[in-house]
Ligand binder design. Structure first.
Ligand SMILES: C[S@@+](CC[C@H](N)C(=O)[O-])C[C@H]1O[C@@H](n2cnc3c(N)ncnc32)[C@H](O)[C@@H]1O
Length: 306
């Protein structure tokens, strides 16, 4: 480990050429159609209310605009919507460096924020660009042009993104060895292919790059779940949380996100009664980059656990 691929921009032109030859891509054995262009029926949820507590639950995951919910491990659009509305203003820059099917970027576009999306998998970037391709070509809800860029790249090396240039990071990393996004076409840089110990050590690079590109005083939201090995509980989320704290972040929130669609776990464990519970929650950690060293020192002193 150590040499990570550099970011390579994938433009709208690249996408247009791609869809001339490809009507779909395959992610985790699932065929995902590339529409070419989308006729949008609704540009937002019907009755949206900002979340007020530290428990979030979206039984209806949300299917407005181009959100489809058919990319393995995608997050409900309500999550980036809440984060973007709470922590940014119009014109700010939002980053999702493991962008998958583009949920965060679609929300950024709808809410008039600039955005950068990165994924290790070119096919994921093609899905993202496809879903940003609204038929009536609105740039954002207010018809103002937002700057949205997509890259094939590695979350451990955000070389095209300047230091302290991002206002919000909102991302959902894969978990070690749980969901492999590139089963059909093995991709060595995919974090989901790593063992637990390798994964944790590589997440240090993700945390360091997140810290570098984020503006001081701004927030970085990471959704991450836990797992079981040999029937015992592996608190992966807290291990990742600790890694982000060690990178210099302050913990602002720990939100419990109720999980509704636990495909693999359900298929595996639902058949018989077990002596353990199905994991039905994930953690959405919100970290703040401290304004300066004094703020960090004060925080460490107040918690005194490491
Ligand atoms: C949980 S999915 C993200 C889903 C996304 N939030 C959505 O709504 O579609 C995790 C993504 O991380 C990507 N990924 C895995 N390793 C990566 C790496 N080293 N750098 C960047 N992206 C990576 C995978 O290709 C996958 O698309």
């Amino acid at each position: 480990m150590g040499i990570y691929r550099k970011m390579q921009e994938i433009t709208y032109e690249d996408y247009k050429n791609f869809i001339k030859k490809n009507q779909f891509v395959i992610i985790e054995d699932v065929e995902i159609k590339l529409n070419g262009v989308w006729n949008i029926k609704s540009y937002g949820p019907d009755k949206y209310i900002n979340e007020r507590t530290t428990v979030w639950s979206f039984p209806n995951r949300g299917d407005w605009a181009t959100h489809k919910g058919n990319y393995r491990g995608n997050w409900s659009p309500y999550i980036p919507r809440n984060l973007i509305l709470k922590y940014t203003k119009e014109g700010d820059y939002v980053l999702d460096q493991m962008v998958g099917s583009g949920t965060t970027l679609i929300e950024a576009k709808l809410l008039n924020r600039n955005a950068i999306g990165v994924d290790i998998n070119l096919d994921a970037i093609m899905i993202t660009l496809d879903r940003l391709n609204f038929a009536n070509d609105i740039f954002s809800l207010k018809n103002e042009k937002v700057d949205i860029k997509t890259y094939v790249g590695d979350a451990r090396n955000l070389n095209e993104i300047k230091d302290e240039s991002i206002d919000l990071i909102a991302t959902h990393p894969p978990y070690a060895n749980i969901v492999s996004y590139t089963k059909t076409r093995k991709q060595s840089d995919d974090l989901s292919q790593l063992s637990l110990s390798e994964y944790l050590s590589e997440m240090r690079k993700v945390a360091a790059e997140s810290f570098r590109v984020l503006k001081a005083g701004k927030n970085c939201a990471i959704l991450i779940g836990d797992t079981r090995k040999h029937k015992h509980y592996v608190p992966l989320s807290f291990m990742v949380m600790q890694i982000f704290l060690e990178a210099g972040f302050i913990l602002k929130e720990d939100i419990i996100k109720v999980q509704w669609n636990m495909k693999t776990t359900r298929e595996k464990w639902n058949k018989k009664e077990n002596d353990f519970y199905l994991i039905a929650h994930e953690h959405l950690f919100i970290f703040t980059k401290p304004l300066n060293n004094n703020e960090l020192k004060k925080y460490k002193f107040s918690i005194k656990w490491w």
